[in-house]
Design a binder for this molecule. Structure first.
Ligand code: G3H
Length: 477
């Protein structure tokens, strides 16, 4: 892009050998907006919304659907470029990058279908007490939309597309790691939607976002990211009670493997749950509780399963473990492992925790206990803390004490045991997975969390609701 201002140099997690050792490869630059430029983008979004009188918020639902469908057609033609950038910018394997792209396209088409259906139903009139009302779904105003680095396309679009299709205007800041991959889509944004409807801002969130929040002109904040950042940003809004927030935040999902579990199934699901995309998923299993009677067997099987995972570059066939995009992550994970070791744990698997500039070999750490970083912190990487328990009550207490409340996985073949656990668990977290890993999908399922893990609900239909208000036109007969 032509740009005269300051730029950010993008370093790929893919490293190259240099005279000073292994270094992250430079793969491009993107502009760093100034505060002034971010306010210009905000003004453009406010003007395009024009208090609900703008071309976009007043356009019929079917015309807005047509614009989004056209955008999607153009997006599909950019698949190869976006997939390549997903691999280079965030180190996602080719298979997972293709999945992320295809899942996003499917999500958009599902949103269109769901909206057509809702619109058909809301077009019905309701007559009560001599008043007839037409119920509509109306936009909310200007939406500030920020997605995460681990799903920079998919999770950004699970908020951006519903916000857009409901008639809101947008300020969109791509994640720090995961900006370049949005470039191929910029032209489609500018040709498929009226001017000022989608405004992309680049740069340092901590420099430009606070001012936008303080302006009071943001009606909806949507962020998939850190609970701390979300809390800080919300507080800056002058009328925080009038701000709608749609947030997907931190999580520390636990697996509970009881004495009655099918251990090979538990190992297989825990492996996927803890190490897909190197554990960099909010839904990842970030601590594993195993009944003391099965823990040795579990550790042996789990270490053997980890040893079979192929590591390498994102484009290599069958690769499961890839380099990490956040430069601070290898040192942070090492610190977590060392903290656990200092407090009595050990690394169970061979080579566990070996690091270089951008890679960390998965580490199974046992026994993890209260007081260790790995007990509480969301490590968001390839380190799997394992704890032994004697009584299921200990695992429930862990969830009660936790500030997080997204999901839990329970592995047991005992129906009575499961029946006793489900009610307490589902009142502590927002999804209980029986004999399977934690995950967001299928995307038609509601996706939310309790405590510090979320605000509002996503999913195809829930997102449409989250970015609109039910308004009505009522006439006395
Ligand atoms: O990082 C958080 C995502 O919502 C995880 O989604 O479970 O489909 O990988 P996923």
């Amino acid at each position: 892009l032509p740009w005269n201002g300051e730029v950010h140099t993008v370093l790929s997690p893919v490293c190259i050998q240099t005279a000073e050792g292994l270094k992250r490869k430079v793969i491009g630059t993107y502009p760093l907006c100034t505060e002034k430029e971010s306010f210009e983008a905000l003004d453009a979004a406010v003007a395009a919304y024009d208090n609900g009188r703008g071309e976009w918020p007043t356009m019929s639902v079917s015309d807005r659907i047509d614009c989004v469908a056209l955008f999607t057609e153009k997006m599909i033609t950019k698949k190869d470029e976006v997939v390549k950038l997903l691999m280079w910018e965030i180190g996602k394997s080719h298979a997972d990058s293709v999945k992320e792209f295809d899942r996003t396209v499917e999500y958009i088409y599902a949103t269109i279908d769901a909206l057509k259906d809702l619109d058909r139903r809301s077009a019905q009139f309701s007559i009560e007490q001599g008043i007839v009302a037409q119920i509509r779904r109306s936009p909310l105003g200007v939406v500030l939309c920020m997605g995460p680095f681990n799903y920079p396309l998919n999770e950004t679009f699970t908020t951006l597309i519903p916000a857009l299709i409901m008639g809101n205007t947008l300020l969109f800041k791509p994640p720090k790691h995961g900006t370049l991959l949005h470039y191929p889509l910029l032209e489609a944004f500018s040709t498929c939607f009226p001017k000022g409807v989608v405004n992309t801002i680049y740069g340092r969130g901590n420099k430009i976002i606070p001012g936008l929040m303080k302006s009071g002109k943001i009606n909806v904040l949507t962020l998939i990211g850190s609970s701390k950042v979300a809390d800080e940003l919300k507080k800056l809004h002058p009328k925080v009670n009038r701000l709608r927030a749609v947030l997907g935040l931190d999580a520390k999902n636990a697996a509970i493997i009881t004495a009655h579990a099918d251990l090979s199934l538990a190992v297989q699901e825990t492996l996927l749950g803890s190490l897909s995309f190197n554990g960099q998923r909010c839904t990842a299993l970030k601590i594993v509780f195993v009944h003391r009677s099965r823990v040795d067997e579990f550790l042996e099987l789990f270490a053997a399963a980890v040893a079979k995972l192929k590591y390498g570059m994102p484009w290599e066939e069958g690769v499961a473990l890839t380099p990490l995009p956040e430069p601070h992550k290898p040192a942070y994970l090492k610190e977590c492992i060392e903290d656990a070791i200092a407090l009595g744990a050990h690394v169970v698997n061979e080579n566990g925790g070996l690091t270089n500039e951008s890679f960390v070999y998965p580490a199974i750490v046992y026994p993890v206990n209260k007081g260790m970083k790995l007990w509480e912190e969301e490590q968001f990487g390839p380190v799997i803390p394992v704890a032994a328990f004697d009584d299921l009550e200990e695992t429930i207490q862990y969830l009660i004490d936790s500030t997080h409340g997204q999901q839990v996985s329970v592995f047991s073949n005992d129906d009575d045991e499961l029946a006793e656990l489900i009610d307490p668990l589902v009142n502590l977290v927002s999804r209980v997975n029986i004999n399977c890993q934690c995950q967001r999908g299928p995307d038609v399922f509601p996706f939310t969390g309790r405590k510090d893990s979320a605000e509002g609900t996503l999913s195809v239909v829930d997102a449409i609701r989250s970015f609109s208000i039910r308004s009505l036109v009522a006439t006395k007969l």
